[in-house]
Design a protein around this ligand. Structure first.
Ligand SMILES: Cc1cc2nc3c(=O)[nH]c(=O)nc-3n(C[C@H](O)[C@H](O)[C@H](O)COP(=O)(O)O)c2cc1C
Length: 397
């Protein structure tokens, strides 16, 4: 064998070896970061065993409550449960910092949990008497937890509520929607009925002039958040891009829930964790080019007391109910609450309330103020579940 041949042979073998190593490394990285296990593991178990026969009220109601929507998947709740009553507390340590300076979104999240709990109770034959604790936001600094609602339970008649089976099917859908597919008037009135009775107002904007204005405000608010380092950093604390991290903490916003097309999602999981700046810029472009651009409708939930605890809880109950109803009707929903986050931030920093003025103009009201902004449409793809903490982590003894 000549020297040239042996070097070529060596190089060939070396290249093959390197390919195997790289491929092996990629497979390892893919496996290690949960590419083949989306939706599996302890962090996702609460979605699978929420209806097991061994669990009965009151714990089955708490199991339903923790599957609700909640800001950044912070799961800011604690429950004290007896046969006669469930007390719902805010765990104020699980907050979003400057991203939610008045804890308004935290209280909306607690309202979402309350609604799931009430829907599950009535399905299980229990009547509920819900008392919302009054007060203003934010709760006093230094408070660790605060009672937000008490639910008295009594025997009633089981209601075959079609919203109940949606509890584990409902997921925030951040993917593209079929923007050309309109939502028909009869579907819209079913959605409107779902939120009636919670003492909130809802405004819906089908594609058109007001839709474009609100879409522009959502993108502008996202841009402002991305350039506000404190807000962006406080938000990033709840990103869980690493599989082990996600399985350990069982909370936060994950890559699987980002609504990426399947191949892109695999690629994103195999790449090293992006910097906060990169993921902020990706969020900004997704907001503009996917979230707003493909929505069939944008909407708002409005309250008469933006920094009231009860009003925020009522808004959360309305959102959860709307999302359950939308799930039943085959629609996808995603909150796009950046404009109200900027309203809070302007207020906190004593800035001119420009964003509040923009929203009031679109809403056509000053007495009722938007507390929650969202999009709606028919999904291109189903959404993935987000992690949840275990029952034991949220129960007070
Ligand atoms: C008050 C509140 C604000 C939210 N804001 C946003 C938002 O601006 N963008 C978004 O994609 N999701 C938002 N969400 C959705 C949560 O991130 C989501 O509910 C959480 O990650 C759990 O996921 P799941 O709804 O699929 O169970 C919000 C939810 C609530 C209750």
């Amino acid at each position: 064998m000549t020297q040239g041949h042996s070097r070529r042979g060596f190089l060939k073998k070396g290249a093959a070896g390197a390919t195997i190593l790289v491929a092996g490394g990629l497979v390892w990285r893919a496996w290690d970061n949960g590419v083949f296990s989306a939706g599996d593991g302890p962090a996702y178990q609460p979605w699978k065993d929420w209806q097991t026969e061994e669990t009965s009220p009151p714990l089955s109601l708490v199991k339903a409550a923790i599957l609700s929507a909640n800001a950044h998947n912070t799961q800011p709740w604690l429950f004290r449960a007896t046969d006669r009553r469930i007390d719902l507390y805010a765990d104020l340590s699980r907050n979003l910092g400057a991203f939610d300076p008045y804890r308004r979104e935290m209280f909306i999240s607690l309202g979402c949990a309350l609604e799931n709990l009430v829907v599950a109770a009535s399905y299980e034959g229990l009547s509920t008497d819900v008392e919302l604790m009054p007060g203003t936001l934010p709760p006093p600094a230094g408070t660790a937890m605060t009672l937000v609602a008490q639910v008295d339970l009594a025997h009633g008649t089981p209601a075959k509520d079609p919203l109940y089976p949606q509890i584990h099917r409902r997921h925030t859908n951040r993917g593209a929607y079929a923007s050309g597919r309109k939502i028909k008037p009869d579907i819209i009135s079913e959605l409107e009925q779902a939120v009636a009775g919670h003492d909130v107002q809802m405004a819906l904007f089908p594609r058109g002039q007001q839709w474009a204005k609100l879409g522009g405000v959502i993108v502008d608010a996202t841009r402002q958040i991305v350039s506000d380092h404190t807000m962006a950093a406080d938000s990033a604390k709840w990103f869980r891009f690493d599989w082990d991290d996600l399985q350990e903490h069982r909370d936060g916003v994950t890559l699987d829930a980002a609504g990426l097309p399947p191949l892109l999602a695999i690629g994103a999981k195999m790449l090293p964790t992006p910097s906060s700046k990169t993921s902020d810029l990706q969020w900004l472009s997704a907001t503009r080019d996917v979230h707003v651009a493909t929505s069939a409708m944008l909407g708002m939930i409005l309250v008469d007391d933006l920094y009231g605890r009860e009003a925020s809880l009522r808004a959360g109950r309305a959102w959860q109910r709307l999302h359950l109803k939308a799930t039943e009707l085959g629609l996808a929903l995603q909150p796009l609450n950046q404009p109200v986050e900027i309203v809070d931030r302007e207020y906190e920093l004593g800035k001119t309330p420009l964003m509040a003025a923009d929203l009031a103009q679109i809403a056509g009201s000053v007495d009722w103020r938007p507390t929650f902004v969202f999009r709606m449409g028919y999904p291109d793809r189903p959404a993935s579940p987000s992690p949840r903490r275990a029952l034991n982590d949220v129960l007070l003894t």
